[in-house]
Design a protein around this ligand. Structure first.
Ligand code: SF4
Length: 341
């Protein structure tokens, strides 16, 4: 069946809610506004990599606003700005300010490596960004520099404090847990988050691209980590708003919530509610699959608003059931930085 007719077949049914063929409602869009970043985290962009998307292929702020408008008309309520490093794209608070004014958008959040937060936390807060996730894989300056390919820990710690000062709450810390790399620091990170009132999210490595596959050599099963933490802290199951895949516990006697993101040891595909848009306007319907649909050619060919929504519906109707990270770890060629986590 040709795409046009396929579009029509689904579009009528998805006027106000994007429901995929596994009956999952898609209400969360993650937008990678750039695939570039000044850091070179060991599980993401390889050192010396230069194959970044050409700026003329980047969606403009007008195009991003239009795409988000179409998604919200189809029931998407949450948008997260990611990258690469989203704050490396100029005037990002301006984009945030435009997106929060889109009817139907209830939550605009951002994931960052924190290196630019001292300067941009307040403008982002004032623009309407509600929640921040900051990557922090180590509290040891040497190990931090090693994992990030030369990053400065104090810059990110200062950025975290700036986020607090700007009024972001909660501020979530994303720690990619790696055996033999930073697993010895998980308890320190828990104590750090208790002390400074951050939320901690522990993330399992995923075979995204060559770097992701190398990182899975340090794969750490978070179920084991949870058991270890349970021997030290009282962990009470809890929930947090945000629409993400993390399963949360609260540490007894503290405000600390720890989220476990376990795509390998306990995947969450059955309740998946999200798709991703890359900097060049490609919808990836699953982080762990290559299924995608390019919107940029349509946008630059003058597609109507209805045509744009039909294209989005077609993409959703082709969303796969789940990832194949354990059965086909070689499948995904692109780096995590292309789609953002
Ligand atoms: S791997 Fe794919 S299906 Fe599974 S949760 Fe992630 S995006 Fe959803």
């Amino acid at each position: 069946m040709d795409p046009a007719r396929q579009m029509c077949k689904h579009f009528r049914a998805m006027q106000t809610a994007l429901i995929d063929s596994f009956n999952r409602r898609i209400e969360y869009l993650r937008i990678s506004v750039t695939d570039r970043c000044e850091l070179r985290c060991s599980y993401c962009i390889p050192k010396g990599f230069t194959g970044f998307e050409e700026p003329e292929h980047w969606l403009t702020f007008d195009e991003i606003e239009r795409v988000v408008g179409a998604f919200t008309q189809l029931g998407v309520m949450r948008v997260r700005l990611t990258g690469g490093e989203p704050l490396s794209r100029g005037k990002l608070p301006d984009l945030a300010g435009r997106l929060v004014r889109i009817p139907g958008l209830r939550d605009l959040s951002l994931s960052t490596n924190g290196t630019r937060l001292r300067k941009l936390a307040l403008p982002l807060r004032r623009a309407g960004v509600t929640r921040l996730n900051v990557s922090l894989d180590s509290l040891n300056p040497e190990r931090f520099a090693e994992i990030t390919g030369g990053g400065r820990l104090e810059q990110v710690l200062d950025g975290l404090m700036a986020a607090k000062e700007a009024g972001f709450d909660p501020v979530k810390i994303n720690m990619v847990a790696m055996k033999g790399v930073n697993d010895g620091e998980i308890v320190d990170m828990v104590d750090f988050c208790i002390r400074y009132d951050f939320t901690l999210r522990l993330i399992e490595t995923m075979p995204m691209g060559a770097t992701g596959r190398e990182a899975t050599e340090h794969y750490l099963d978070l179920q084991e980590v949870k058991r270890t933490l349970q021997s030290r802290y009282e962990l009470i199951p809890t929930v947090m708003t945000g629409g993400g895949p993390a399963r949360y516990v609260r540490v007894g006697g503290t405000n600390l919530r720890i989220g476990f993101i376990t795509p390998i040891s306990q995947h969450f595909c059955a309740t998946c509610n999200r798709v991703r848009l890359t900097v060049d306007g490609t919808i990836y319907t699953c982080l762990g699959q290559e299924n995608n649909l390019e919107l940029r050619p349509l946008l630059r060919a003058g597609v109507t608003d209805e045509g744009l929504k039909e294209a989005i519906c077609l993409a959703i109707s082709l969303k796969p059931e789940r990832h194949e990270f354990t059965t086909r770890p070689d499948k995904i060629v692109r780096f995590m930085s292309v789609t953002g986590g």
